[in-house]
Design a protein around this ligand. Structure first.
Ligand code: ADP
Ligand code: MG
Length: 661
């Protein structure tokens, strides 16, 4: 059903909803709250200092705003609760001032300190809350209000829409789950905590069942899938390996060996190379791509960003200088005419290695004889996207690379459909990266350190976080940092910037001059997060480090320490954080992910919030691990018993992910 069917939902807000990936009434209903506000208002103040209270009061004095520094303010006023006069303060809500008219009744939410007679509010409701109420809270984008979204969803709930239930009837009955329609009501307008619990449990199971079905179905399918029969010229492969400027680590040798025997076996290769950042996965893939080409087939490698694809392309060109291997790059930003030429060369078999981004998925990309598909940073792509590329070949072998450091038990479950080669040991001679937490006020010290590295001829990355939901603020931030740094270093350093909004040829230009050492410092948003490799970079500075998950920080830090020079990482944050200390302690991605799990659950396990299939709306792999195991059992039975053949949703799904050719 179209969004325009919703009462009061104008075009402007439709656009905002689209930014949240809501394109239909069905999507609206499937947009779940991420938390709830439980408001039980009273007019009495409790003495418990620690308790969050919801109190209805009358504004008794004009509000005063004081600025601590730019972007930080406190609003203060007197209020009357019952017969008691109290002092109310709230942080960063200066904009409420005109609404706090004398005598107005409002609801304040926060903690009360009786001794000081002070109420520190963390929220103020101008529309006074009269009775106990549970408010669902949704993720929003700038300009969209929670109350409006709530209204739209309430209206959607009144529409005659039946969302397809992905839980098979037999399991619905076995677990006595409530129906999806009922569960949606419970989730979006709960009357009590019990309803929320019931509905969540049901949706979590649904998500995990659906997910495990996909994994298990693929695994089953995979075990039968035929690959290409080929004879490999192993001596030539070995020759190439010994021509490399370094010798492979034992784990790399093992991974290459696994891959070569996959290529030779009649079974289709379906292998994941799992290794921490900087462990050297790319060269493993490169060797296998070369082996594949030697046996007469084309190799393709897909990477999640243009920068990364370009970098792979350039390093392959260098690596295969003097070989008769034809290498091409295909990315979205290329000129149409240029693309056309390359597409033709791919289709007629004049290209051996094709490196690219999502652009490779387009229907226009046809291969002469695709034999090996490599997906770098595998977790950034969805199953469907990966399969799509694979389906462009006949029985093509498939290799995935992933740096996702993830505890082993979880890895086995969620990567259950693939064979895995682990690269646990990093190349020899690497010193571990020295990591330090610093306060913003200690920036001078950090600048000194930067200057020391510059004088040694080394390079520095500076990362400024993406400010939530507003790219323009973000631009300002990167630019502002540049100004600051330029002021600090004057002529002593050349500084470049990189951010998501830049045209891609400009991005490439900046990246290339950083790679060539023409820039000393590169200031960027997290566009450099994935995979880039500049060996001479020895220092990573991350501002507002508390805004990133540990996995992301670890990935970012992995951009330095790529040769035998001592490298450094400075995490700049004004917040005390146990989390960040984990990075000071350790350079081991697997250890860090265990800690991250311990401290905050699944969190940003996959580094980026919207990636691949592993982003669940409600499920959390750690918290819900037991449910996951149950869902795995159930899905396995569902497949074994062939029950899925009688279920239209799963039949459809199977068609989408199937590739029996
Ligand atoms: P990642 O696993 O994060 O993708 P890369 O494949 O980009 O890591 O490798 C990181 C760096 O280590 C690259 O510069 C690569 O050339 C280098 N490298 C890879 N294997 C070895 C090795 N055995 N000895 C020394 N350097 C290596
Ligand atoms: Mg990589």
């Amino acid at each position: 059903m179209e969004l325009s069917a919703i009462k009061g939902l104008g075009e402007k807000n439709q656009k905002l909803l689209q930014q949240c990936n809501i394109f239909s009434v069905e999507d609206l209903l499937s947009y779940y709250p991420y938390r709830y506000d439980f408001l039980n208002p009273s007019s009495n103040l409790l003495k418990d200092e620690q308790m969050i209270q919801v109190v209805n009061v009358f504004v008794f004095s004009e509000a005063k705003v004081s600025y601590i520094r730019r972007n930080f303010n406190t609003l203060r006023f007197q209020a009357k609760a019952q017969d008691k006069m109290i002092q109310v303060s709230i942080f960063n809500r200066a904009f409420l001032k005109p609404n706090l008219t004398l005598g107005r009744e409002i609801t304040i939410i926060g903690k009360y300190n009786e001794k000081k007679n002070q109420f520190v509010a963390n929220d103020i409701k101008l529309n006074v809350v009269k009775e106990a109420k549970i408010t669902p809270v949704y993720h929003l984008v700038k300009g969209l209000k929670n109350v409006n979204l709530e209204q739209y969803i309430l209206d959607a709930l009144r529409k005659p829409i039946i969302l397809f239930d992905k839980i098979p009837v037999s399991y619905l009955e076995q677990y006595q789950f409530i129906s999806k329609t009922e569960a949606l009501q419970y989730l979006h307008k709960p009357r009590n905590a019990e309803e929320i619990k019931k509905a969540r449990l049901r949706f979590i199971y649904e998500e995990l069942f659906d997910f495990m079905f996909k994994i298990l179905y693929l695994k089953e399918n995979e075990s039968k899938a035929l690959g290409l029969q080929r004879t490999l010229d192993v001596s030539k492969v070995e020759e190439f390996i010994s021509s490399l400027p370094f010798s492979l680590t034992s784990d790399q040798v093992k991974a290459v060996h696994d891959g070569l025997s996959d290529l030779q076996s009649e079974k289709r290769m379906n292998r994941l190379v799992l290794g921490d950042v900087g462990s050297g996965k790319t060269i493993v893939a490169t060797i296998l791509m070369y082996a594949n080409v030697l046996s007469g087939y084309q190799s393709v490698m897909m990477a999640p960003t243009e920068i990364l694809a370009t970098q792979h392309y350039l390093s392959l060109l260098k690596l295969f200088e003097g070989y008769s291997i034809h290498i091409e790059l295909l990315v979205g930003s290329m000129k149409q005419s240029e693309k056309k030429k390359i597409l033709e060369r791919i289709q007629t078999g004049q290209v051996d290695f094709i490196i690219g981004t999502h652009a490779l998925l387009s229907d226009h990309v046809l291969f002469a004889n695709l034999g090996l598909v490599v997906t770098d940073e595998q977790h950034r792509f969805g199953v469907n996207q990966r399969k799509n590329l694979q389906n462009k070949g006949f029985r093509s072998d498939v290799l995935y690379l992933s740096a996702t450091p993830i505890p082993r038990t979880y890895a086995l479950t969620i990567y259950g459909d693939m064979d895995t080669s682990m690269i646990a040991v990093k190349p020899n001679g690497r010193k571990s990266i020295i990591t330090k937490l610093k306060k913003e006020s200690e920036l001078k010290e950090v600048l000194k350190e930067i200057y020391r590295e510059i004088k040694l001829g080394h390079q520095i990355y500076v990362v400024a976080p993406l400010i939530e939901e507003s790219d323009s603020d973000n631009l300002k931030d990167v630019n502002k940092l540049k100004e600051k740094f330029e002021l600090a270093f004057r002529e002593k350093a050349s500084i470049g910037i990189l951010h998501g909004k830049m045209k891609s040829n400009l991005k490439d230009e900046v990246m290339t001059s950083f790679e060539h050492g023409a820039l000393n410092i590169l200031i960027s948003t997290t566009v450099i997060e994935v995979g880039v490799d500049v060996k001479n970079a020895t220092m990573m500075i991350i501002f507002n480090a508390e805004r990133f998950g540990l996995a992301t920080l670890h990935q970012l830090r992995g951009r330095v320490g790529r040769n035998d020079l001592q490298s450094y990482c400075y995490l700049i944050s004004d917040q005390e954080s146990e989390r960040l200390k984990v990075l000071e302690e350790s350079n081991d991605g697997f250890y860090i992910s265990e800690k991250d799990f311990e401290l905050r659950g699944q969190g940003d396990l996959f580094g980026v919030s919207q990636s691949g299939d592993m982003t669940f709306s409600l499920a959390d792999l750690k918290r819900d691990y037991k449910i996951l195991l149950q869902a795995k059992k159930d899905a396995s039975l569902f497949i074994e018993s062939k029950e899925y053949l009688r279920n239209s949703y799963y039949l459809d799904l199977v068609k989408q992910i199937d590739f029996t050719n």
